[in-house]
Design a protein around this ligand. Structure first.
Ligand code: GLP
Length: 260
């Protein structure tokens, strides 16, 4: 696990975009893992800029989303499928059929989760997984108590997560109670996990995930278990880390032979 602290979310987005650009330009069949929420917004904007202005192509890429609400009508503007279409698919040259998410409107949700898990494996696995972190330490929609080896499955949202996400809906009552989410084991299988966080509101969750015990109580602590995880933080999100000086020292003295 490497923790990198940069001044602003635009800086962390640029570094994350460099990692994704390297994947896209070196692998003939790259597979991306896409996250929703406000945090990846600057990254998607930077990737769009590189696509439009610098010719970075996504035409050969495929992508899998982390999660989806259950029970929203197909096409609901706050369904994660609609969000990813607006923020990613419509802006980049990635073929629409190459972006897939778990279908929260499926009749048989358990079968849908098994199919989704299979589809990721059939694609050769996710090369670079983008993820944020919830204020209660969740990752994707794996709430506290999630099994560390879990695969894609339905989950019930924690009250705090519904409260946090109510800003996207007309009222708290409209926030779905159930979701489908890649599991912590699914995320653990990705080739490279890029966890992004910005703002002081995430500082506690980040400190627990990065420096606390590996625990289902803080699902994002699976960054500690991942073979290749990069945690990209702005100053606010890094403000409660105790090893901050060491992380800065590693970054300042990064040898050219050590890839991100
Ligand atoms: C949601 C998503 C997560 C995301 C989290 C934080 O619950 N399912 O993938 O990381 O929100 O969102 P934000 O980046 O808006 O703080």
């Amino acid at each position: 696990m490497e923790v990198i602290v940069l001044p602003t979310p635009a800086d962390t987005a640029a570094l994350a975009a460099d990692i994704i650009e390297r994947l896209l330009t070196t692998k003939p069949d790259p597979v991306l893992g896409l996250a929703t929420g406000s945090t990846p917004g600057p990254l998607y904007e930077e990737l769009t800029r590189r696509n439009k202005e610098a010719g970075l192509s996504f035409a050969h890429a495929r992508a899998f989303m982390l999660d989806e609400y259950v029970g929203l009508p197909v096409g609901h503007p706050e369904s994660y499928a609609a969000v990813i279409q607006r923020e990613v698919t419509d802006r980049l040259d990635i073929p629409a059929g190459a972006v897939r998410g778990p279908n929260g409107a499926a009749e048989d949700l358990l079968a849908e989760c098994a199919l989704y898990e299979r589809a990721i494996l059939d694609a050769g696995g996710i090369d670079v997984q983008i993820a944020g972190i919830g204020s209660n330490g969740h990752i994707a929609f794996n709430e506290p108590g999630s099994a560390l080896t879990s695969l894609t499955r339905p989950k019930t949202l924690n009250a705090r997560t519904r409260q946090d996400n109510a800003r996207f809906f007309a009222s708290l009552d409209e926030v779905p109670k159930h979701v489908l989410t890649q599991g912590l084991g699914t995320i653990g299988r990705s080739g490279h996990l890029l966890m992004l966080a910005s703002g002081e509101g995430k500082a506690d969750a980040v400190a627990k995930a990065v420096e606390g015990p590996l625990s289902a109580a803080c699902p994002a602590s699976i960054v500690q278990l991942h073979r290749h995880a990069t945690v990209l933080l702005d100053e606010g999100a890094a403000s409660r880390l105790t090893l901050r000086e060491y992380y800065d020292d590693i970054w300042a003295n990064r040898p050219a032979w050590q890839p991100l």
